[in-house]
Design a protein around this ligand. Structure first.
Ligand code: NAP
Length: 525
């Protein structure tokens, strides 16, 4: 595919109106062709109007039509996988083979959502039949289904440049729900964004859908993102990135004359608790496993296990040594962007300034934006005294916390802010302590993992990639997995409707053979 650098607004290719940029190859610190267009408020207005124009027809596509559209996108992603992997690798410093696998994961997500659409359960069809004889007052027929929220704006992430980006889970779940999508592409991978954007644009056309179902914009500052969040035709926003960026957009959306939901996924340290029997039995293996996972993607993963809490005792030395060995054998590797490298370096220094001791370092940096692995250690009392030690350091660093006893472990667990995940390494003799820790973790995290690590994340029906603030801005929803579609739906009740005016999911004959809740009972009646 020849990259043009244009903005993709509906079926149109739009040239720059607010300057251009080139992609940066962070491994060589050199720019890559071509120029990529920046747009401004006028382009936001155009994309939002097209999305609004597309809404009614897209929201009312048949389930089969919409599923076929999602499958077309999946096929398109498969077709560009090698090219997308190579371009994304140049723009991110991540290995091409890994990115090709990420493309396959993105395609799979679209196919999974096609299945969700065909099953139709997301409609949550619910029927309370009329009770004309009811006393003291008859009940009218009430029927409820979920419909799409409206056009939505999606801010792609920098760190998973395919599966959390233009063709990522947010886009897949929003389109599955029936929401036209406007992506604000991340400037860290503009070429990759264009390849994915063109795949979706082509699928819109080949599916015979309104062109406004998908647009992709790019901007040189906050203006374009702010205009998207402010636009009266935009009815929801998703975001993956920093807490500062996510909360700025969240607050902005709440200040609109008509506030809209903003689903942000921001920061998490994914604490790992090693309980005493597990430590004694396999401290070395736990340290080694943790070390391997903390370094995946140069530590630039929302699910990176970043803090390891261990009650001092048998197995501690083995765990610490295994972790040190992992870190020391890690070569410095290119980080995604100069900005992320700078934040990593500053946050690491801040953590040292807060009293953490730097006990192991990986290989020295060769390139300008190479991140050097780091292991720091701190004792439990210090951790309790300074909550800043519980904050994320986005990059290949982790903090080992040497805890004095069970009470201190529970106190530290209570100090954590909201998390995407928490892990317990346990043996059978640890179950009583695990049961004590469990309610503390349930209140603070979206996923609890036993004897494994949170990364990688499954994309399935029970997946939860969410959690209390600041992991996300709305702990009731997940941004990954099949139920992530719920972010883009809202309920509508149809009261006293004749059958011919009812939507398909609620018709008396149940033509799609959907599971429906009728008078409180699940059936296909
Ligand atoms: P970011 O700075 O939050 O930016 C994410 C996206 O939101 C970009 O497209 C950005 O546009 C836009 N944006 C941010 N603030 C905005 C604002 N106030 N108004 C309008 N648009 C705004 O995230 P990043 O560039 O990916 O990485 C920066 C830091 O975020 C990292 O160092 C890391 O600490 C954190 N991060 C965390 C995770 C995680 O999963 N926990 C993932 C990624 C990043 P521009 O690029 O045009 O500014």
């Amino acid at each position: 595919m020849t990259l043009t650098g244009y903005l993709l607004i509906g079926a149109h290719e739009v040239a720059a109106t607010a300057g251009t940029m080139k992609a940066l190859n962070p491994a060589t610190n050199t720019t890559i062709e071509p120029d990529f267009a920046f747009g401004g408020v006028a382009e936001v207005n155009l994309a939002a109007q097209l999305a609004d124009d597309a809404f009614d027809s897209f929201n009312n596509t048949s389930l089969d039509e919409r599923a076929a559209f999602l499958e077309r996108i999946a096929d398109g992603l498969d077709a560009v996988a090698p090219e997308l992997g190579q371009r994304t690798s140049l723009e991110t410093g991540l290995p091409a083979a890994q990115l090709e696998a990420e493309t396959a994961k993105a395609a799979t997500q679209f196919r999974q959502f096609a299945t969700v659409v065909r099953q139709g359960r997301f409609r949550q069809a619910t029927i309370d039949p009329a009770q004309p004889e009811r006393q003291p007052r008859p009940r009218m027929d009430h029927r409820m289904q979920k419909i799409a929220l409206g056009p939505v704006a999606i801010f792609g992430a920098s760190n998973f440049p395919i599966s959390y980006s233009v063709a990522g889970g947010d886009t897949a779940s929003a389109l599955a729900a029936g929401c036209p999508v406007i992506v604000k592409a991340h400037n860290a991978h503009p070429g990759a964004s264009e390849i994915m954007g063109r795949v979706i644009q082509r699928a819109v056309e080949e599916s015979g859908l309104h062109e406004g179902v998908f647009s992709m914009l790019r901007g040189g500052g906050n203006e374009i993102g702010e205009a998207l969040v402010d636009h009266p035709l935009i009815k929801g926003v998703t975001f993956t990135g920093s807490e500062a960026g996510g909360m700025a957009l969240f607050r902005r959306a709440q200040q609109r004359p008509d506030p809209i939901p903003v689903f942000t996924e921001m920061t998490s340290v994914n604490p790992t608790f090693v309980l005493p029997a597990a430590l004694a039995a396999r401290g070395g293996a736990v340290g080694d496993g943790f070390g391997e996972r903390m370094l995946v993607n140069v530590g630039q993963a929302c699910l990176k296990p970043a803090i390891l809490l261990v009650i001092d005792g048998p197995g501690y030395t083995e765990l610490r040594q295994a972790l040190i060995a992992r870190v020391e054998t890690m070569h410095a590797r290119t980080m995604l962007t100069p900005g992320i490298w700078k934040s990593y370096s500053e946050n690491l220094e801040r953590r040292k300034g807060a009293g953490a001791e730097h006990i192991a370092a990986g290989g020295n940096a060769q390139g300008a934006w190479d991140g050097q692995a780091a292991l720091l250690v701190v004792d439990g009392a210090r951790m309790l005294a300074d909550a800043s030690l519980s904050e994320e350091v986005f990059g290949p660093a982790a903090l080992l916390v040497r805890v004095s006893d069970v009470e201190q472990l529970i106190a530290i667990a209570k100090q954590f802010r909201g998390q995407l995940s928490a892990t317990m390494q346990i043996d059978s003799a640890d179950h009583a302590l695990a049961a004590r820790l469990l309610p503390v973790l349930e209140r603070r995290t979206g996923r609890i993992v036993i004897n494994a690590f949170a990364h990688p994340q499954e994309v399935s029906y029970a997946s939860i990639h969410g959690g209390p603030f600041p992991a996300t801005s709305d702990s009731r929803f997940t941004s990954v997995g099949m139920t992530s579609i719920e972010r883009f739906l809202r309920p509508v009740c149809y009261q006293g409707f004749p059958d011919d005016l009812l939507p398909e999911a609620l018709k008396h004959e149940n033509p799609r053979d959907l599971w429906r809740l009728t008078d409180g009972e699940l059936s296909k009646a």
